[in-house]
Ligand binder design. Structure first.
Ligand SMILES: Cc1ncc(COP(=O)(O)O)c(C=O)c1O
Length: 424
């Protein structure tokens, strides 16, 4: 195993890709000298361009994906005391958005093939307090929107997309960000529309747009063509979008389709190369939707590999061996979201001394599908070196590296290894 790594340190392209056009776009903001304001030119232009791109009628730029999701829930009618059904496999921010609105996230397990919310389990979680269902497009694959909408319609509950990982992807013939009543999305540095830190709220509904705009702007209406009245209609936050971020996002938006296509081609090449390898499941994408492959997630099958220890040991050993071959490989979400202490407290406190008494127990293996993905999932590509910009030939080397590690599994399993941090 320990000969020269298959892939050298300079063979990956970094992410985000920053071009001369991106630099000019940001420099133009500084030259103009308008750095902020809800009606500032880059913010308004991005809002128009992203709305047109997704097919939604309205867009609102915010300072983060998390704030756009908070706005999306509020605009969809979620109120303090309500419940929001959220998949157990996502990033914490999907669930925090509900808490920021004073509501409670109610977790649902995910589909074993698409890793998006398991629509067969949603209905059993609906109560009279349920005010929204959050459809997270996990790894860049849209959730089963038709089924979710049918459930929502039966119970009078709106669907809210978390489109942070799936900019520019279609579900049937519609684009993410326009698939539900309201939507929020991140444009942070790791996303397929990367602009540093920022968020994009979208909706078709005029009133939802106004609610979201007030929520992100101190509760105010701030007209572009009249003096600011300084009049708050309700509690608001300073969640405003930022001018330089929006300039960069506009420039990146022009290359979003190109990056998605490259990612899809690279993913197809990996899947073709890895098919038939025992013990590894490649990503499944439902035929009626696309995928950005924000994560190209492999699932390991310890039983097929004759491994009967903690599956995380197998995953971490394989990850370390792939890293030693120069592969960019990562773990995203080592435990389901509801396992985390933040969702097991009775009150939202952060002081360490209160931790013990404030925590409800976590039952290992709860949300079995999410738990399995968290324990056995490995992503090829990382936040800093994702598939969006890599050369297709590099994917062949990834395949060779995986094959090499699997061919030498006995050595990999007998060597000391550095486990990925574990809390539960
Ligand atoms: C699914 C999902 N939801 C929400 C967020 C939060 O976005 P942000 O970090 O821009 O607040 C992210 C990314 O960080 C995410 O991947």
């Amino acid at each position: 195993m320990n000969d020269r790594p298959l892939i050298g340190p300079d063979e990956h392209k970094p992410w985000p890709e920053i071009t001369e056009a991106d630099k000019k776009a940001v420099a133009a903001v500084l030259d103009r000298g308008v750095l902020a304001g809800p009606n500032a030119p880059e913010i308004r232009a991005l809002e128009e361009e992203y709305a047109a791109y997704t097919g939604a009628r309205h867009c609102l730029a915010t300072n983060a994906g998390t704030s756009s999701l908070h706005a999306a829930l509020a605009a969809a009618g979620v109120e303090p005391g309500g419940e929001v059904i959220v998949p157990a496999y996502t990033f914490v921010a999907s669930a925090f958005a509900a808490i920021h609105q004073g509501a409670e996230p109610v977790f649902c397990d995910v589909d074993p093939r698409t890793f998006t919310i398991d629509t067969t389990q949603v209905e059993a979680l609906i109560t009279e307090r349920t005010q929204a269902i959050m459809a997270v497009h996990a790894h860049g694959q849209p959730a089963d929107m038709a089924e979710l909408k049918a459930i929502g319609a039966r119970h009078g509950v709106p669907i809210v997309e978390d489109n942070s990982q799936a900019h520019g992807i279609r579900y049937r013939d519609e684009m993410t960000g326009s698939l539900s009543e309201t939507s929020g999305a991140s444009v942070n540095h790791s996303k397929n529309l990367p602009a540093g830190e920022g968020g994009l709220f979208t909706t078709d509904d005029e009133e939802s747009y106004h609610i979201a705009r007030r929520l992100v702007l101190y509760g105010e209406d701030v007209p572009a063509d009249a003096p600011r009245p300084y009049w708050s209609h309700g509690v608001g936050w300073n969640y405003r979008g930022q001018e330089m971020v929006c300039a960069l996002a506009r420039s990146q938006l022009r290359r979003l389709d190109e990056h998605n296509t490259r990612s899809q081609e690279n993913a197809a090449r990996l899947t073709e190369g890895l098919k038939g390898l025992t013990g590894v499941e490649t990503p499944f994408v439902h035929p009626d939707r696309g995928c950005s492959y924000w994560k190209y997630q492999l699932l390991l099958h310890p039983e097929e590999l004759g491994f009967d220890g903690d599956p995380r040991d197998l995953r971490d050993r394989i990850m370390r061996a792939l890293q030693a071959e120069g592969v960019e490989v990562s773990i995203w979400q080592p435990q389901p979201v509801p396992a985390q202490v933040a969702f097991r407290r009775r009150t939202q406190v952060w002081r360490p001394d209160t931790e013990a008494e404030a925590v409800r127990p976590w039952v290992p293996g709860a949300f079995p599908v999410a738990s399995r993905i968290c324990a056995t999932g490995l992503s090829l590509g990382t936040m800093w070196r994702p598939l969006y910009v890599q050369e297709p030939e590099l994917m062949d080397r990834y395949v060779q590296a995986v094959e090499k590690v699997f061919a030498n599994l006995d050595v990999v399993l007998s060597q000391p290894f550095e486990p990925y941090p574990r809390v539960v």
